[in-house]
Design a protein around this ligand. Structure first.
Ligand SMILES: Cc1cc2nc3c(=O)[nH]c(=O)nc-3n(C[C@H](O)[C@H](O)[C@H](O)COP(=O)(O)OP(=O)(O)OC[C@H]3O[C@@H](n4cnc5c(N)ncnc54)[C@H](O)[C@@H]3O)c2cc1C
Length: 734
């Protein structure tokens, strides 16, 4: 098994991932590390700024694309690279190791030496940050349309000039008069877009901008940026918000890596898109500098490099000769002029028309469609005839993961030094021994499930939160855990990496709660999986039982529902990345503080919503007392996307069994047809707490829950006296 790690979800990686998904290699494991779930498509970005396109039309969903390609998706920002040990540092997780590395991380406008630029200017990249700042400007203009807006764009290359057209369009749409916009374009060169050797295009763009009232300042060198504007060497001083679109600069963390770079710090690559100094590193897009073919930093090259990059990844792993990529010398540049017209620039030729905009629009939409409509996946095929046949694997104790792998994975783990561990991992033995404090009882729970997410570090956090939740709902104080980890068959270094990431996810949660990891067991399996046995302590009188509901109490739910349907949709590759981001954020949230708050407000019964869904777990609460409950369907908190995936028919494989709870449900047909109804049966992973509480305490309790981050907390129903021999769930709208 070879590990190919991709850093950055730029244009080339997006294309190559799509191609990989259609034609993967079984013996190569792909991982995409990206600091964003959605990456912008540069060709449509100016049109998005103008308001011609929406967010989803102009951004590629990298989580979905990575899953389509069978790749792990780590949403992290890389901050260091060690080429000697072949590891990447990102986020707060253990180092990610690789055999081959591919970089497509783009560039950012250079703000290095100019005082105040880093502090006050809004750089055009990273794009998400720029778009947040841009949205603020737009909101200001919408809220105060009669107020003057002063904007200064620094950099009159293709990016800055196109941005000027589109910013002008967007803001003049918002303001009551175009005269309220004061837009400046400051450029160090003597002509706009001077790099493209096409004087007609420079003159045309200048003329069009001047016609729209944009003030162009050529041959100006910015010397200082202030909160309220900037100063140039000539003495020119301008007031306004400063947007920075100057020449590209590379990521600083590459400097220390010893990879060969050009004079500006961009990674040198040869025609095969590999680093001559480190041939196991590929680089494409803005971050790459082709040794024999220097080209401007433009999305068009990043796009073109996607296919040869994919081909050379494959050829590297199948042992074939790599192919050369020779970028074209001349390329067609299409610059939108903010009025649904475009200027075409090709070598010395130039042309402007409305038709060109429509043509560009068609090309851009076609490009984006390929990521929205991902093709059906083919079953994986063997890469080469020489690939070894699948091995027979031992069962019983022979299925244990090797001792060295376990020792290496455990060696760097940061664990808690919890009191009461008599024999733990620091002096391992055949079993762990813990001291149960005097006058306290031992509370135990166990849970296990196969991986639902392509990131072992996140899986570790989610499973740990899920398992600990049972202790919180009993009112117990967690003390220690034992881990059961299943690692897919494979090479030792791959298994070690997986185990390290997964256990680091577990211990991240444990450290935050001062809980000890005291032992465990690892075995080889077909699929990654994780489970925990959790120990907690409790005073006898403090035991919280889920069945102690009282008539008249209100029901509170602390987290939104929908993980079951969303991950069922993910398995069919139709869940949007942002929906899964929302589900992950909910699943890694601890239930500990929620339990404390519910207890403080006198909740008499509490449970967590997991596999049996809301209906199943609520019925478990009602059964001991025989009471019933009314549930307000409209109030049910839902994860983003859950209603969409339910409507599309995606439900968990456990949902049909959960529907057996329907025999206890009273609901009109119209309510049963409401998509939220199906959410009653949706199994949750690391779901929220459901508690019964006196109605007069609801307002204060919900305020406290929301204050500490349980934003979706809400009253969802009330406990009622049963009118029948068995508890009923009476569904109403609100
Ligand atoms: C305002 C503006 C307008 C432009 N308009 C056009 C245009 O119309 N046409 C055109 O061809 N070019 C345009 N360009 C240039 C174009 O944006 C770039 O050339 C192009 O985006 C480069 O693509 P890429 O694949 O190299 O990287 P990018 O598209 O920048 O993608 C890099 C990805 O890597 C991620 N990343 C970065 N650092 C890290 C890290 N440390 N860890 C993890 N992930 C990371 C980023 O979030 C991003 O998703 C424009 C540039 C600007 C500034």
């Amino acid at each position: 098994m070879t590990d190919l790690v991709l850093v950055g979800g730029g244009h080339s990686h997006a294309i190559a991932l799509r191609m990989w998904g259609m034609n993967p290699l079984r013996n190569v494991r792909l991982t995409l590390i990206s600091d964003v779930t959605y990456t912008p498509y540069s060709g449509m970005l100016p049109g998005y700024v103008a308001g011609f396109y929406g967010y989803d039309e102009t951004h590629i969903d990298l989580r979905r694309l990575a899953y389509f390609a069978g790749a792990d998706f780590l949403r992290e920002k890389v901050f260091d690279l060690n080429l000697e040990n072949k590891i990447i540092l990102c986020g707060d997780r253990p180092p990610v190791r690789f055999d081959y590395l591919s970089l497509d991380i783009g560039s950012t406008p250079s703000v290095t030496n100019i005082p105040g630029a880093r502090q006050y200017a809004i750089p055009a990249k990273p794009v998400p940050k720029f778009l947040t700042a841009w949205q603020k400007i737009l909101d200001e203009a919408s809220e105060n349309p009669s107020q003057k807006q002063d904007i200064i764009i620094v950099g009159g290359g293709a990016g800055g000039t196109e941005l000027a057209f589109n910013i002008h369009h967007a803001l003049t749409q918002k303001l009551t008069s175009p005269n309220l916009l004061s837009l400046h374009l400051v450029h160090r060169g003597s002509a706009l877009i001077s790099g493209n050797e096409n004087p007609w295009v420079s003159q045309k763009t200048e003329k069009l901008l001047l016609q729209r009232g944009v003030k162009i300042h050529l041959n100006e060198e910015v010397t200082e940026v202030f909160k309220s504007g900037l100063q140039c060497q000539s003495g020119l001083r301008l007031t306004g918000k400063v947007i920075w679109v100057t020449q590209a600069s590379p990521a600083h963390w590459l400097e220390k890596s010893a990879i060969e770079t050009d004079a500006k710090g961009f990674v040198v690559v040869d025609e095969t898109l590999r680093s001559p100094s480190h041939p196991f590193v590929f680089a494409t897009g803005d971050i790459a500098s082709m040794r024999n073919h220097p080209r401007p930093k433009a999305g068009v090259f990043a796009v073109r490099q996607g296919k040869p990059l994919f081909q050379n990844w494959r050829r590297t792993f199948t042992g074939e000769a790599l192919i050369d990529y020779n970028p074209q010398k001349r390329y067609l540049a299409l610059i939108g002029t903010g009025d649904q017209q475009a200027i075409a620039s090709w070598w010395k030729l130039g042309w402007r028309s409305r038709w060109l905009w429509h043509w560009k629009d068609k090309i851009d939409r076609k490009f984006m469609d390929q990521f929205a409509d991902l093709p059906e996946m083919k079953p994986m095929v063997a890469a080469t005839a020489t690939e070894p046949a699948p091995k027979m694997y031992c069962a019983g104790c022979g299925a244990k993961v090797g001792k060295n792998i376990l020792a290496a994975a455990l060696s760097d783990l940061e664990t808690s030094n919890t009191e009461g561990v008599v024999v733990g991992l620091d002096q391992p033995d055949d079993a762990a021994v813990i001291q149960v404090p005097k006058d306290q009882l031992l509370v135990q729970t166990v849970d296990y499930f196969p991986s639902l997410i392509n990131d072992p570090y996140l899986l570790g956090q989610i499973v740990t939160q899920h398992c600990l939740s049972d202790l919180y709902t009993m009112g117990a104080m967690p003390h220690s855990v034992l881990v059961l980890a299943s690692i897919p068959h494979g090479e030792a270094r791959v298994q070690q990496g997986l185990l390290q990431q997964m256990l680091a996810g577990v211990t991240k949660v444990l450290r935050a709660e001062n809980i000890a990891l005291i032992g465990g067991h690892t075995n080889e399996a077909d699929k990654l999986g994780l489970g925990l046995t959790c120990n907690g302590f409790i005073q006898k009188d403090d035991i919280w039982r889920k069945g102690e509901v009282q008539a008249g109490q209100a029901l509170i739910l602390t987290k939104p529902l929908g993980t079951g349907t969303l991950f069922a949709a993910e398995m069919q590759r139709v869940a949007k990345g942002k929906w899964l981001d929302g589900a992950i954020a909910a699943m890694v949230q601890s239930n500990r503080k929620a339990a404390e708050i519910l207890r403080k407000y006198g909740a008499t019964a509490c449970t967590d919503i997991t596999g049996f869904g809301l209906a199943g777990h609520l019925l478990e609460m009602l059964q001991p007392s025989g009471l019933s409950a009314e549930l307000y369907l409209d109030q049910l908190p839902m994860l983003h996307g859950a209603v969409e995936t339910i409507k599309q028919g995606f439900t968990s494989s456990l949902a049909p069994q959960n529907h057996t709870a329907e025999q206890f449900i009273q609901a009109d047909m119209s309510l049963r047809e409401n998509p939220k109804y199906e959410l009653l049966f949706d199994p949750q992973t690391s779901g929220g707490l459901l508690a019964s509480i006196a109605p007069e305490k609801i307002t204060a309790c919900l305020a406290d829950l929301r204050q500490v981050g349980y934003d979706a907390s809400i009253e969802i129903g009330t406990i009622k006296t049963a009118q029948t021999s068995s508890p009923q769930l009476i569904i109403s709208t609100s």
